[in-house]
Design a protein around this ligand. Structure first.
Ligand SMILES: Nc1ncnc2c1ncn2[C@@H]1O[C@H](COP(=O)(O)OP(=O)(O)OP(=O)(O)O)[C@@H](O)[C@H]1O
Ligand SMILES: [Mg+2]
Length: 496
């Protein structure tokens, strides 16, 4: 029974998606079909146009390899019957390190956003060995700046308010201390990680399971709206130590008395400013005031902290340790351009951009759900393969598109702001604002979908006459330069 809990929503999802993906790959994208579920497929011959760096084979596509690896059950290196704990004392440093199953090294260039560290090692934090193994097996060699700063403070149990750039490793900065401090022998939810979207919850739960895959008996559960409440209730009858959730669902479960949070000593709000926006505040306050213990550790993470966060901090946090690693706001590795264009020329402009660039994978943002679907259709008609996703789609379809895109099944994804925050797809090297965002926070988070972990990327915004003042405002607010799209874009700015 506990095994079925271990296989939480996201794991089931990953395996079902993988099954569906392989079926779909057999279709060869040879017909222009609208299935109404986020996929358009076109009879495009990818190798004929300039989007040719993309190789969706398991061997060469890093996302493929990532998913393939993650879809497997964790495979203990220990002999059956022994647990990591029981084996630990017998293994010398050399033994356990040589037993690690490390992914291939990522030799791509990285900017100072992730390399400007004090030179700490993960071993400096005296983490349990099974956790260290999980960290190294994720391919993490050294902590990033935010991890260096946040991990020791979080391990000490202090409240945190941390701000660091997009893609610099905030997830592991809070998950590593959470995993270290959770005791899998206790049958209770000891940590709650709240995030604003369902896809981000699945992604975060997945990272948590990967980092903690060597920790014996650890149970991580994700719980979000759009899935069966009954299934969540059933799963909560079994041990769960870390719950990664969207606020509405967890409040619902807590109010029904199924989700018991009285022993939940660690609470993380990821994308905290979004969770503290009007959309979520009342739910969040009810959750904290009615269901969480008063002596909990409360950690807030985001790349953007508007002033509204201050009131929450003063009300709910106890002398939080404040970290701000953003001396500048935009990523060093992401080059930003704008293309000045009339509204009815945007698709032609996009076509020109596609033909000029060597896109590995791209995310294209629209400002409304209707435009997402329409644009995906147009892109397909141009001969480029394209998925789309937005919040009004059935959750099952959202999940499938998310995972297929991550899996490298398609080069371009058109979406609404559903994918603006937190979504981590390392193969994305180009972000396009088909519609210019309304504010600088949204702009920053969208642009941050490329250039993950200090890698290089491009962000291109289409600017109409009506957007020009907003472009100026966002440039000012972010103290950054968004240059006109040039006749030629140097490959070294966004490839490898
Ligand atoms: N120490 C590390 N070494 C190598 N890669 C890392 C390390 N820490 C994190 N990463 C990788 O960096 C990528 C970005 O991490 P993450 O999603 O946590 O960023 P983030 O700061 O939360 O970004 P966002 O603000 O967009 O949510 C992930 O693919 C993650 O696996
Ligand atoms: Mg994040």
């Amino acid at each position: 029974m506990s095994q079925s809990v271990a296989q939480s929503n996201s794991q089931k999802l990953y395996s079902s998606v993988l099954r569906n993906t392989s079926q779909q790959e057999g279709n060869n994208y040879n017909q222009a079909v609208h299935r109404g579920n986020g996929r358009y497929s076109a009879s495009s011959n990818w190798s004929n146009h300039s989007q040719q760096r993309f190789r969706a084979t398991p061997e060469t596509n890093s996302q493929q390899a990532y998913l393939k690896k993650n879809s497997l059950e964790s495979q203990p290196i220990y002999a059956s019957g022994s647990t990591p704990n029981s084996t630990q004392p017998q293994l010398s440093t050399q033994d356990w390190k040589s037993a690690l199953q490390l992914p291939p090294k990522d030799a791509r260039f990285k900017t100072e956003d992730v390399t400007a560290t004090k030179g700490n090692d993960f071993e400096d934090y005296y983490l349990k060995r099974e956790l260290l193994m999980g960290i190294f097996e994720m391919g993490f060699e050294k902590p990033s700046p935010i991890q260096e700063e946040a991990i020791p403070v979080a391990l000490a149990g202090r409240d945190i308010l941390a701000r660091a750039k997009n893609g610099t490793g905030k997830t592991a900065a809070y998950l590593i201390p959470v995993l270290e401090r959770v005791d899998p022998k206790r049958n209770s939810i000891q940590a709650l990680v709240l995030v604003p979207t369902r896809e981000l919850a699945l992604q975060t739960a997945h990272v948590c399971k990967q980092l903690g895959k060597r920790i014996d008996q650890l149970q991580v559960m994700s719980s979000t709206g759009g899935t069966s409440l009954r299934d969540d209730i059933l799963r909560l009858y079994n041990p769960v130590h870390i719950l990664v959730a969207t606020p509405g669902r967890v409040l619902d479960l807590a109010e029904r008395g199924v989700c018991k949070l009285n022993e939940c000593k660690m609470v993380v709000l990821d994308e905290a400013d979004k969770l503290l926006s009007m959309e979520f505040t009342s739910v969040l306050e009810r959750l904290i005031e009615r269901f969480l213990p008063t002596n909990r550790q409360l950690m807030l993470f985001s790349a953007t902290f508007p002033i509204t966060v201050k009131a929450f901090r003063d009300r709910f946090q106890r002398k939080p340790y404040e970290l701000n690693l953003m001396d500048e706001l935009t990523l060093k590795g992401v080059t930003q351009y704008y293309a000045y264009v009339e509204e009815n020329k945007k698709v032609a402009c996009l076509n020109a951009i596609f033909s000029k660039l060597q896109i590995n994978q791209s995310i294209i943002f629209c400002n409304s759900v209707n435009r997402v679907k329409l644009l995906a259709k147009k892109i397909t008609e141009l001969g480029y393969s394209c998925f789309y996703v937005h919040a009004r789609m059935a959750q099952e379809d959202r999940n499938r598109v998310f995972h297929d895109f991550r899996n490298g099944a398609c080069r371009n994804l058109v979406c609404s702001d559903l994918f603006t925050r937190g979504i981590d797809i390392q193969a994305v090297n180009v972000v396009i604002n088909f519609d210019f965002p309304k504010n600088s926070e949204t702009y920053l988070h969208r642009v941050g979908r490329s250039g993950r972990f200090g890698h290089r990327g491009l962000a291109i915004s289409m600017i109409t006459h009506d957007d020009r003042l907003n472009l100026y405002k966002i440039e000012q607010e972010l103290a950054t330069e968004i240059a006109p799209f040039p006749a030629h874009v140097d490959k070294s700015l966004y490839c490898e």
